[in-house]
Write a protein that binds this ligand. Structure first.
Ligand code: BES
Ligand code: ZN
Ligand code: ZN
Length: 492
């Protein structure tokens, strides 16, 4: 299953596949190789079969004339538009071609073409990211092993760069954890229960992470009533998990929504697509994997990652629209739609983490609203905050990693949406207008003074089809974004 990635000085060995890129109309640097291929690439260009447009693929058999059996040329688009994200995407597309060809031993030149103001190490990292993420498959439950038999065993990156191995190792670490998110999120609700997520968190103890699992009776005593209200309709016991790594006075906290299945509750969801609601634990899976990465890289930060995990189900014990529930921070919530369960479970978690750890910044990740998918689709995470500095930091981290965020406003005028007749706050508005913002406005009631960011990953945590280095299903979004953000907090 595991692909070995190595940096290699000099040109040696035989490969099943050599991957190279070509900019639009820039035939010059492929000429040397093309000559050995009897000008096949030039001919394809002439016929307009291949122009170098972004994403175009052309594979050519070398008939033994080169140390690789096949060559894959990838269109890189216009040189002036070329970015690190293009490298990741090209590498992702290439590795999938390699997989389909069962090319076991591959080599790539995609790190060579310069772009933006990147160093070669950064470009090597991008190649590794695209390759590792693009190779992912969720097939452990297929007993017919035919597909599994196709593999890429080795990817060789030719370079004289002495920092290459470090760049490879780091990118591999972050991406392996990203794939861990994909596995957790793709695993269905009958297997990936709240307990399962707690066990995944407990595994991090061997990396030096402190892990505390709060069970139902303890949560009752603590007053986690908004969380427990959601959990009360399910046969699966809820858990609230807090992980801690590192030390120091500046604490950063990340909190993930961990609904292992969102049926909608009494406000039940429609049949179509309900099976995808196993993905409603993506926030929790992301913070587990973030903790894993930070511990593996031994980043010198003090990090808290926490998640409430439960199912949102229908039964005689379910919470009901109209219920008034007193949260951990003693606000009375008029709960008006059982399908808006994410904000309920997060509210107690946010207040608790703020009170216990007084973090310097607190970020929550949640597949919170369908409205966010309507607004932004799959290519931007919805970001809401009142802290401009944190917005800028995350926007920059998003640009660097390709996990882009897009800010939506939290102006005071939006507060009216959640004014309640009978309690302190309604859990949802009277209409679906500004649904994503309404979710954030609700959460804001549970954060007193900590600089806080809400990330709505409803559209970015899940891809409807294979695209670039994303694979159908869970994406693992958030890990690379937040590792990048945290790295800049490291004091050296
Ligand atoms: N988990 C859903 C949001 C969601 C929808 C995530 C689609 C990913 C894809 C969330 O719990 C939910 O159901 N939200 C409601 C809120 C509404 C009742 C205000 C929604 O979006 O309809
Ligand atoms: Zn819901
Ligand atoms: Zn949900």
């Amino acid at each position: 299953m595991h692909m070995k990635i190595t940096a290699q000085k000099g040109d040696n060995g035989r490969y099943d596949l050599l991957v190279m890129g070509m900019f639009e109309q820039e035939v010059e640097h492929i000429k040397k190789i093309d000559e050995k291929l009897n000008g096949e690439i030039a001919a394809a260009i002439k016929k307009k079969e291949f122009t170098g447009e972004t994403g175009q693929l052309k594979s050519i058999s070398t008939l033994g004339k080169l140390p690789a059996e096949k060559i894959l040329v990838i269109g890189l688009g216009k040189k002036t538009d070329y970015t690190k994200e293009n490298i990741r995407r090209a590498a992702g597309a290439a590795i999938r071609v390699a997989l389909s060809l069962n090319a076991r031993k591959c080599t790539t030149l995609l790190h060579e073409a310069e772009c933006e103001s990147t160093t070669e190490s950064e470009r090597i990292a991008a190649v590794v990211e695209g390759s590792v993420l693009g190779l992912y498959r969720f097939n452990q439950y297929k007993t017919d092993k035919k597909e599994q038999e196709k593999q890429v065993d080795e990817l060789v990156i030719p370079t004289n760069n002495s920092e290459a191995n470090e760049a490879i190792h780091k990118a591999e670490t972050v991406c392996t954890s990203t794939l861990h998110v994909r596995d957790m999120v793709n695993t269905p609700a009958n297997i990936a229960t709240p307990r399962y997520l707690a066990d995944e968190a407990l595994k991090l103890k061997k990396l030096g992470v402190k892990v505390k699992v709060y069970e139902k009776d303890e949560l009752q005593k603590m007053g986690f009533n908004a969380f427990l209200a959601v959990a009360q309709g399910s046969a699966q016991p809820p858990v609230f998990v807090v992980m801690e790594y590192g030390s120091g006075k500046d604490v950063y906290a990340c909190i993930g929504k961990g609904i292992t299945f969102d049926s909608g509750g009494l406000n039940i969801k429609p049949t179509t697509g309900m099976e995808d609601m196993k993905m409603d634990k993506a926030g929790a899976a992301t913070v587990i994997a973030l903790m894993e990465t930070v511990a593996r890289l031994k980043l010198s930060v003090h990090l808290i990652c926490a998640f409430p995990a439960c199912e949102n189900m229908l039964s005689g014990t379910s919470y009901k629209p109209g219920d008034i529930i007193t949260s951990y921070n003693k606000k009375n919530i008029e709960m008006m739609n059982t399908d808006a369960e994410g904000r309920m479970v997060l509210s107690d978690a946010l207040s608790f983490i703020e009170k216990q750890y007084a973090p310097k910044a607190m970020i929550d990740l949640a597949t919170l609203t369908g409205a966010c998918v309507v607004a932004l689709g799959y290519w931007a995470t919805g970001l809401m905050t009142t802290d401009d500095g944190l917005f800028e930091q995350l926007r920059d981290a998003g640009k660097e990693t390709g996990e882009r965020v897009w800010r939506l406003p939290l102006w005071d005028e939006y507060k009216d949406i959640l004014r309640s007749e009978n309690a302190d706050v309604r859990s949802v508005g009277r209409s679906y207008d500004a649904g994503t913002i309404a979710g954030a406005i609700f959460l804001k009631n549970f954060v007193e003074k900590t600089p806080w960011v809400h990330l709505d990953i409803a559209g970015t945590a899940w891809m409807p089809e294979n695209k670039y280095y994303y694979t159908k299903g869970a994406t693992g979004t958030g890990v690379r974004l937040l590792v990048n953000w945290l790295e800049k907090k490291v004091k050296d």
